[in-house]
Write a protein that binds this ligand. Structure first.
Ligand code: NAP
Length: 258
């Protein structure tokens, strides 16, 4: 098969390490011939992401903390002259204590922080980068089932993901006339650095593998291939959607006893 993303330039936000979902997406985009631009959050991550970027053949590796307006402006300045075709937003954050105590105990600051990093940033990133998508393109974000169902300890992040999914719909409506599609991929649980912050996360992995129609957990490469679909011409009719890549878990109600 020909390379699905040949001639396309993608900005991928959220590579922290080799286990990041964004890393798998960057690797799949590389495989499909895209020109890659990666971002990292602050000096602490610079060397690691530059090293990963070099392995992936990234054209640029740039700093951008999405909560800082001046860093988003700096990113846009660094991208001057580029035509972007895909933007992958693979970013989320909540205070660890908000992912272990009852949701009822969520503080105002913790609530706002989760919303700012995990939901509002899709709006600010889309506003900043969509003017560079002059040939149309695809913006995508990563979400989780905790947006629509109660998942133990997901708490404030579930509420942020609900807002994120609503942002996807409104952004799809705003940007559709420019030929820019906006979608979310709802991934099944995957052991990454962020996921380790959720109390009892390994119990969620075990539960999903037992119940999901495919009787296993989700692999990052499966999420990445869906990101390729959305970023390529194959996804040209799809916008405003949440696509589940979760071994089918979300369709299950009651599990029949064996
Ligand atoms: P990850 O490797 O820890 O990626 C999260 C990324 O968000 C990191 O690169 C992190 O950078 C970045 N980030 C946090 N705050 C930021 C900020 N202010 N500015 C810029 N970047 C920031 O974990 P992941 O599991 O791949 O998460 C990626 C996305 O997938 C998240 O939206 C997550 O909610 C979603 N998701 C994950 C799962 C799962 O089970 N793992 C399932 C469904 C959806 P630093 O490391 O530098 O802080």
């Amino acid at each position: 098969m020909s390379q699905l993303l040949a001639g396309k330039t993608a900005v991928i936000l959220g590579v922290a390490n080799r286990w990041s979902i964004a890393y798998a997406i960057a690797d799949a985009y590389r495989r499909e011939g895209a020109k890659l631009i990666l971002t990292y959050q602050g000096e602490r991550q610079k060397a690691t992401v530059e090293e990963l970027g070099a392995e992936l053949g990234a054209a640029k590796v740039l700093n951008c903390d999405v909560t800082k307006a001046e860093e988003l402006e700096g990113l846009v300045a660094e991208l001057a002259g580029e035509t972007l075709h895909a933007v992958v937003h693979s970013i989320a954050f909540a205070n660890r204590e908000d992912l272990s105590r009852p949701f009822l105990e969520t503080s105002r600051d913790g609530y706002l922080l989760a919303q700012e990093v995990s939901s509002y940033s899709l709006v600010s990133v889309s506003r900043a980068l969509s003017p560079l998508m002059t040939e149309g393109g695809s913006i995508m974000t990563l979400t989780y089932l905790g947006s629509v169902r109660v998942i133990p300890n997901y708490n404030v992040m579930g509420v942020a993901k609900a807002a994120l999914e609503a942002c996807v719909r409104y952004l799809a409506s705003d940007l559709g006339a420019k030929g820019i599609r906006v979608n979310a991929i709802s991934a099944g649980p995957i052991k990454t650095a962020s996921a380790r912050g959720i109390k009892d996360f390994s119990k969620v992995l075990d539960g999903v593998a037992a119940v999901a129609p495919l009787k296993r957990n989700t692999e990052t490469a499966e999420v990445a291939d869906t990101a390729v679909f959305l970023g390529s011409a194959l996804g040209r009719g799809v916008t405003g959607n949440v696509i589940y890549v979760d071994a089918g878990f979300q369709v299950m109600g009651l599990q029949q006893p064996e």
